[in-house]
Design a protein around this ligand. Sequence first.
Ligand SMILES: Nc1ncnc2c1ncn2[C@@H]1O[C@H](COP(=O)(O)OP(=O)(O)OP(=O)(O)O)[C@@H](O)[C@H]1O
Length: 228
Amino acid sequence: MIKFINVSKRYNKDIIALSNISFEIESGEFVFIVGPSGAGKSTLIKLLLKEEEPTSGSIVINKKDITKIKKREIPYLRRSMGVVFQDFRLLPNKTVFENVAFAMEIVGAHPKEIRRKVPMVLSLVGLSDKADKYPRQLSGGEQQRVSLARAIVNEPSILIADEPTGNLDPDTSWEIVKLISEINKRGTTVVMATHAKDIVDAMKKRVIALEKGNIVRDEARGVYGYAL
Ligand SMILES: Nc1ncnc2c1ncn2[C@@H]1O[C@H](COP(=O)(O)OP(=O)(O)OP(=O)(O)O)[C@@H](O)[C@H]1O
């Protein structure tokens, strides 16, 4: 469960990235965050990840107000969220297997557990045969699959995707969105910021539209936007 209560984010005196926004996302929902460049999408995601702090308001994730949690609780918060980005952010000197394993190592998983789970998630994203390859040996779509595998290997309750198809061609974008949808069907809450109009329109999921830091639309089976 994600709850924004009267959240504002001001970067300096003049720039109000988010202006007193409130919304609630139930466990298991799939939500698109849309809006023109500069609308505040990335800021919303940075607040969720606690990479930025709100200027005012509360953000509740899985019943905890993350604006109030102690520093030592932050790793637990991060563990409840998996993240994928437009630019994949894989470690270039590690193989596919090692990239996913690394996400488990940093949370202290047992080596035996790592050997069991990494092949499982690689199979889930259709990359069992690429485990020993390095990121540079993979296509963009394959790299994004690795990044998805890494995001879900610790079984987060929330998957956050910031423009995950931004660097991919239309067919590959659809493959990634279908995978994200599969992950959602297994019970993971998905929050996906995107400019991909075709995908948003076809998926008929909830759409929260931002403009100049305000929520201008929040629809249950929404579309990307209206033609002007
Ligand atoms: N670190 C920062 N310091 C100052 N201003 C910032 C910072 N990050 C974002 N902004 C400003 O806040 C506003 C919202 O930016 P944000 O990156 O959240 O938009 P966005 O909707 O994600 O845009 P895009 O689709 O281009 O990624 C913009 O005016 C931006 O210039």
